[in-house]
Design a protein around this ligand. Structure first.
Ligand code: FES
Length: 140
């Protein structure tokens, strides 16, 4: 995938058996800029949470690259930042216009807020379905 177009909405591509690939002109972590691209761990194995450190390869994570196809919503004008807020022992709250893509790069959803699974247990990847509680997921 190419670099984001200035002012374009941030995208989250669900990589099969891998992380969530974020691209956008303004990605923030708890309000602090992190750049134009980032990879969010979604298997729970990374030692660098919320970021992917490649541990999904050695942990042999099995994660779908086909998120649920949803109608989504009309997004506001582009250029707004995407702010990520990891929730203690839970999902990453993403706030801002975000286009969800499957592994092949096709649009599957458009959201303005989402709770993104990072424990690897959700049946609705990349969205949290609350399974982290049952799994006893621990992360700061
Ligand atoms: S963080 Fe994985 S189900 Fe909530």
């Amino acid at each position: 995938m190419s670099s984001p177009t200035p002012g374009a909405h941030c995208t989250a591509r669900v990589l099969a058996n891998g992380p969530l690939e974020l691209r956008g002109s303004a990605i923030l972590l708890n309000g602090e800029p992190v750049g134009a691209e980032a990879w969010l761990c979604r298997c729970g194995a990374s030692a660098s949470k919320p970021w992917c450190d490649g541990s999904h390869k050695t942990a042999a994570c099995v994660l779908t690259g086909e998120p649920p196809l949803r109608e989504g919503r009309d997004l506001p004008e582009s250029g707004a930042p995407l702010n990520l807020e990891p929730q203690p022992n839970g999902a990453v709250k993403a706030t801002g216009p975000l286009v969800i893509l499957n592994d092949a790069g096709a649009v599957t959803d458009r959201v303005t807020q989402a709770f993104l699974c990072r424990c690897g247990q959700s049946a609705r990847q990349p969205y949290c379905d609350g399974s982290h509680k049952r799994a006893g997921f621990v992360a700061p």
